[in-house]
Design a protein around this ligand. Structure first.
Ligand SMILES: [Cu+2]
Length: 186
C-alpha cells in the first residue's frame, strides 16, 4: 500500500504538466487556424521604391546611298522627333540624314499604391529639360523643375492613387515621357 501511495504522489505532478502542455498545444492550434484564414489576405506594408532614370537622346543616321530620305518630315509627326535632312545640316556630307528623339529610360515603372516613389534622375543628353510628374487624375504631384545635362535630381511622391503617373519633359514630350503604374496593394 505504501508503495502505491508513493507512486500516485509521483504521477500527479507529471499529469499536471501533461495537462498544461495539452492546453498550450490546443491554444497554439487555435492560433494557427485563425492565422491560416488570413494567409494571402494580409497587405504588405507600404514601402519605398527607388528607380534610377536617365534622360537620353537616341539617334539613327544613314546615307541616301542606302535609303532615300523620308518624304514627310519626321519632326512634324510629333514634337518629340528631330530630323536633319540630306545636305541641310551637313553640307560637307550631303547624303547623310539623321533622325533622333529624347526618351527616359526606363520608360515604364511599377509601384504599389501607398509606396513612396523616388525617381533619381540623371540627364545624359540635352542641356535643358523642364520636368514634372502628373498623377492619374491629371494633377501635378511633383512640381516642374529645370534639369540640366550632367546633373542628378531626386523627384519624390507618394503613389496614393491607383493608376498611371507620368514623368514628363515639356521640351521633348510626348516621346520623353515615362509611366509609373501604381497597382492596388492587395
Ligand atoms: Cu527633355
Amino acid at each position: 500500500m505504501l508503495l502505491a501511495a508513493v507512486a500516485c504522489t509521483d504521477i500527479k505532478p507529471v499529469e499536471d504538466r501533461v495537462g498544461a502542455a495539452e492546453q498550450s498545444i490546443a491554444a497554439a492550434q487555435a492560433k494557427l487556424t485563425s492565422l491560416e484564414g488570413k494567409v494571402g489576405k494580409i497587405a504588405a506594408p507600404a514601402g519605398k521604391v527607388e528607380y534610377t532614370v536617365r534622360g537620353v537622346e537616341i539617334k539613327g543616321a544613314t546615307s541616301t546611298d542606302s535609303l532615300a530620305a523620308p518624304t514627310s518630315d519626321p519632326a512634324k509627326l510629333s514634337d518629340g522627333y528631330r530630323y536633319k535632312g540630306p545636305g541641310v545640316f551637313e553640307p560637307a556630307n550631303p547624303k547623310r540624314w539623321e533622325v533622333s528623339t529624347y526618351i527616359w529610360t526606363p520608360g515604364a515603372i511599377t509601384a504599389l499604391q501607398g509606396d513612396q516613389v523616388n525617381l533619381r534622375i540623371f540627364i545624359i543628353n540635352g542641356d535643358k529639360h523642364t520636368t514634372w510628374v502628373e498623377g492619374p487624375d491629371g494633377k501635378e504631384v511633383v512640381k516642374e523643375e529645370v534639369q540640366n545635362r550632367g546633373r542628378e535630381y531626386l523627384m519624390t511622391f507618394t503613389a496614393s492613387q491607383v493608376g498611371t503617373y507620368k514623368l514628363i519633359c515639356n521640351e521633348h514630350d510626348p516621346t520623353m515621357r515615362a509611366v509609373i503604374t501604381a497597382l492596388p496593394r492587395s
